[in-house]
Design a protein around this ligand. Structure first.
Ligand SMILES: Cc1cc2nc3c(=O)[nH]c(=O)nc-3n(C[C@H](O)[C@H](O)[C@H](O)COP(=O)(O)OP(=O)(O)OC[C@H]3O[C@@H](n4cnc5c(N)ncnc54)[C@H](O)[C@@H]3O)c2cc1C
Length: 382
């Protein structure tokens, strides 16, 4: 059993940490203020090979394993959850292409994703289909042998409306199963396809700088070869890909706890009340000790699950556990960090204000924590 990172992982962590502090931190402030997609930052990040971090080298990517990716993700997310999420969605969708795509689809899309020239997005959620992913009403109907026609709409879709968004993966019902459930398939929709329109951009309490869109499909005709993976297997294919997404949400939680600890410790040492620093009060110390313990223990578990994933081993239940525990404890850390800052935490100029705004959504995205509990219970045979 090894608990050491490899020399390559240590080097990757150092490189990403340096970049995060020098480049991502200032851009984060700007994103939170102006709500703009950080195009220049994304370019620099892509030039380091990070847009294509897990894309196979034959398609111009870096071909890095899941555990190394997760180690890098913690460094990004400690500085900017927003940029981490933009990157996470892109990597998740590129992995879908790499795993499910035909040779032509991979040839067409993976190199441009690897270079970061195009930003990937994944459209599953609809007004009536959130946790109940099988309830999508968007439909794709065959139009002869050479095309599909999509009708419906999606909401909240991350990365979908930036100037470089393209190669969107959309989930649509392609028929009904004998048991009454919908058969769902994945399709590639190119930006600018007639009948595909960007709807409203959502105004959010945090993750400013990440574009979240409504997508509208009205008789949107796409070529038959834009089916991604097998017809009718879209949902199980997508849910397989979500394992890595859930592991990443576990490390986003760790990064959130780490950021809360860093901010709170510095603040508690500097702020004096009753003639003493806040850090000398045992009730404050208890909160700081919990944050340190949670970051350390959850990081170990998430690394273990990422290692299982990298080995190609089954980790469905473990990935759900990583997401559940990392994001539950990060919400607690953000509340405690806010409490330690007192009234100053309510003020926008304190970083802990943003951490608090960003924390709760981690319990909702990538499958809510209740859905993770249901998955874990299923693993217990319930
Ligand atoms: C900022 C942001 C970015 C997003 N990006 C994307 C994206 O890129 N692509 C995409 O497809 N989607 C995206 N989503 C959608 C996201 O995945 C969903 O919001 C999430 O899956 C929950 O769905 P919902 O919001 O409809 O909540 P609902 O499903 O309506 O759930 C509401 C509440 O009911 C609970 N609940 C539901 N069913 C059960 C049950 N069976 N048992 C117990 N409790 C239950 C839930 O846990 C939750 O607490 C994004 C959402 C946000 C907010």
């Amino acid at each position: 059993m090894h608990f050491e990172m490899t020399p390559d992982q240590v080097e990757l962590q150092r490189m990403v940490r340096d970049f995060a502090l020098s480049e991502i931190a200032p851009a984060q402030e700007q994103m939170d203020r102006d709500h703009d997609f950080p195009a220049e930052l994304w370019r620099k990040w892509s030039d380091l090979g990070m847009a294509g971090i897990m894309i196979p080298q034959e398609y111009g990517g870096s071909g890095i394993d899941s555990l190394s990716y997760v180690i890098a993700m913690e460094e990004v997310a400690t500085v900017s959850q927003t940029f981490a999420l933009i990157w996470q969605v892109h990597v998740l969708v590129a992995n879908m292409y790499a795993g499910l795509g035909t040779a032509a689809q991979k040839e067409r899309w993976l190199p441009v994703f690897a270079r970061g020239e195009k930003l990937a997005a994944f459209g599953l959620t609809e007004p009536g289909a959130g946790s109940d992913a099988g309830g999508v009403r968007t439909r794709a109907a065959r139009d002869g042998n050479d095309a599909w026609v999509i009708n419906g709409n999606k909401i909240f879709i991350s990365n979908a409306g930036t100037p470089i968004s393209d190669g969107l993966v959309v989930m649509a019902a392609t028929g009904d199963r004998p048991n009454g459930k919908r058969a769902i398939s994945s399709f590639i929709v190119e930006a600018g396809t007639p009948g595909f329109k960007l709807g409203q951009s959502f105004s959010k309490m945090a993750w400013h700088g990440m574009d979240n869109r409504e997508l509208v499909f009205e008789d949107c005709r796409i070529p038959a070869e834009n089916l991604l993976g097998q017809e009718g297997r879209g949902l199980s294919q997508a849910l397989g890909g979500l394992n890595l997404g859930r592991i990443v949400f576990g490390i986003l939680g760790v990064a959130m706890i780490r950021a809360c600890l860093e901010e709170s410790l510095a603040y508690a040492k500097g702020r004096h009340q009753f003639g003493q620093p806040l850090s000398s009060f045992q009730l404050t110390q208890a909160k700081l000790a919990d944050m340190a313990t949670h970051a350390e223990t959850v990081r170990r578990f998430v690394h273990y699950v990422a290692w299982l994933h990298a080995q190609g081993r089954e980790c469905h239940t473990e990935a759900a556990m990583a997401k559940l525990i990392g994001t539950r404890l990060s919400t607690q850390a953000a509340l405690d960090a806010y409490q330690i800052h007192g009234g100053y935490g309510f003020m926008h100029e304190y970083k802990v204000n943003r951490l608090h705004r960003e924390s709760k959504i981690l319990e909702i995205g990538e499958g809510t924590n209740e859905i993770q509990q249901l998955l874990i219970a299923r693993g217990l045979g319930c």
